[in-house]
Design a protein around this ligand. Structure first.
Ligand code: 2NL
Length: 340
């Protein structure tokens, strides 16, 4: 048997042995047998001396190759066994008395928190919650709201136009128009949602923001119902001691129209930075639904009256949570969102 043959046989046997060893003990036995100081590889290499020069060089190269391969096969087997060596019963018993690992709990977006608080109060007052599409048509965003085409009132409501037709809604009144088209009075409904206006972005303006609009329609709704409902809501929202005041205003879709202020919930009316020393915080716009709106949705304007209101969520959230930049709401930065 030539040395070359010996080496080739050794190469095969040892490789197969290393691939198949079932445990570390067997692996060590294989290492001693093939790669050990008095192992088979050493023995074969010792026989190189007997060879003629020519053969010696050739067999020497093969011996080196075999040594490299087998060392690698040994290491591979070692890695394989250390991964699955310890059977379950041999591993330390897990301690079931240790406290569990707490899963970090997420928080709701601050705007969602405000929306949910506002809506929950109106739900207790008998209002339903409705939503609708953000891409709207001219009728729902303008015409039905008593904002005719080519009327200067349209200029107050700059809009995004969608390629292929449609506009991004600039207020959620669009939702109440849909509701009135689909349901007969009486109804009480609030519509929270995102709206769009092409404002230049800064710390207090963003091209998208959130609104809650509300609408109540019945045969004898009066301005007293409006004041009573919104004042009660304000006390639930900002505290029992909260006062309200109504100042005349204008909206195309309500007549008469008003702005509602609440007494400052920071200084209780004494005057501070938030209320700019006035003691009051401007909160929402409201009014009695213009009969033209009822006509547009097919309600009998002689029979029905209603009140409506709309408030911006971002400003309420910023004031009540001490947030000084509206852009923070839209950056999805968990360092910010996790604080609320
Ligand atoms: C504001 C003012 C307001 C309304 C929204 C409304 C909706 C219908 C009919 C009549 Cl369907 N009015 N909505 C009324 C008054 C004011 O919003 O300053 N919003 C941020």
């Amino acid at each position: 048997m030539s040395v070359l043959d010996d080496l080739n046989r050794l190469r095969e046997d040892a490789r197969r042995a290393f691939e198949r060893v079932p445990g570390t003990r067997e692996l060590e036995q294989a290492r001693v047998r093939y790669l050990g100081r008095s192992g088979e590889l050493r023995a074969a290499m010792a026989r190189l001396k007997e060879l003629a020069r020519e053969e010696k060089a050739q067999a020497g190269r093969l011996a080196n190759t075999v040594k490299g391969e087998l060392t690698e096969a040994y290491e591979t087997a070692q890695a394989r066994l250390s991964a699955d060596e310890a059977p379950a019963h041999a591993r330390p018993m897990p301690d079931p008395t240790l406290p569990g690992r707490a899963q970090p709990r997420g928080t709701r977006h601050p705007l969602t928190q405000v929306i949910e608080r506002v809506v929950a109060i109106f739900e207790r007052l008998g209002f339903d919650v409705a939503d609708g599409p953000e891409i709207e048509d001219d009728f729902h965003n303008f015409t039905a709201l008593n904002i005719p085409e080519h009327h200067p009132a349209r200029d107050d409501f700059d809009t995004f136009f969608v390629r292929g037709g449609g506009i991004l809604r600039s207020q959620t009144s669009t939702v109440q128009i849909h509701v009135m088209q689909n349901r007969p009075p009486p109804l009480r409904v609030v519509a929270p949602g995102r709206v769009y206006r092409p404002d230049a972005v800064d710390a207090t303006h963003f091209y998208a923001f959130h609104q809650i609009e509300g609408l109540a329609v019945d045969t004898d709704i009066t301005f007293a119902d409006l004041k009573g409902t919104l004042s009660l809501w304000a006390r639930e929202m900002f505290g029992e001691e909260t006062g309200t005041r109504f100042r005349p205003s204008f909206f195309p879709f309500t007549e008469p129209s008003a702005e509602m202020d609440v007494s400052c919930y920071f200084c209780h009316g004494r005057g501070c930075r938030v209320c700019k020393q006035s003691g009051w915080i401007e909160l929402l716009g409201c009014g009695m639904v213009d009969p033209n709106v009822f006509e547009a949705v097919g309600y009998d304007a002689e029979q029905y009256t209603g009140f409506a209101f709309g408030m911006g969520i971002e400003r309420i959230a910023m004031q009540s949570m001490g947030i000084n930049d509206i852009r923070l709401f839209f950056e999805n930065d968990l360092r910010f969102l996790g604080q609320f």
